[in-house]
Design a protein around this ligand. Sequence first.
Ligand code: HEC
Length: 117
Amino acid sequence: MVRQKFFAVSSVIVGTALALSLTLTAAPKAGAGKADAAKGKEAFEQCAICHNVDNDEKKMGPSLKGLFKRKTLANGKPVNDANVLAQINAGGNGMPAYSDMLSADDKANLIAYLHTL
Ligand code: HEC
């Protein structure tokens, strides 16, 4: 009897844990749920010195117009949130590294904004 009760309780626990992990997996990644493209646009002002967004002309850095419609970044990696975030964090080749200069929220907002270009 006691044993059965234990199994019942533990299967409820396992069930809950499973449901919880399913919810977590289904949730949008990297804080995308609260990413705000309008805030990202504001944050982008510091990037706009080097990046055009309304024409294809290169400034210090390549234009980011239509970035997420491209297949690859200049470094040859596929264009996706993770690789764009890596570029923002690490910079390189004339771009400053923003890993410590921007919060995770700022970066998520920036990426949301870049998706609109
Ligand atoms: C001082 C100039 C400068 C600033 C400021 C700057 N970047 Fe860049 N960025 C560059 C350069 C130069 C490259 C090209 C690097 C390379 O070819 O490896 C680049 C590359 C990129 C790329 C990859 C583009 C591609 O086609 O591969 C992204 C995305 C990007 N920058 C986003 C940003 C964002 C977002 C900001 C603001 C947080 C920013 N950059 C600020 C100079 C800058």
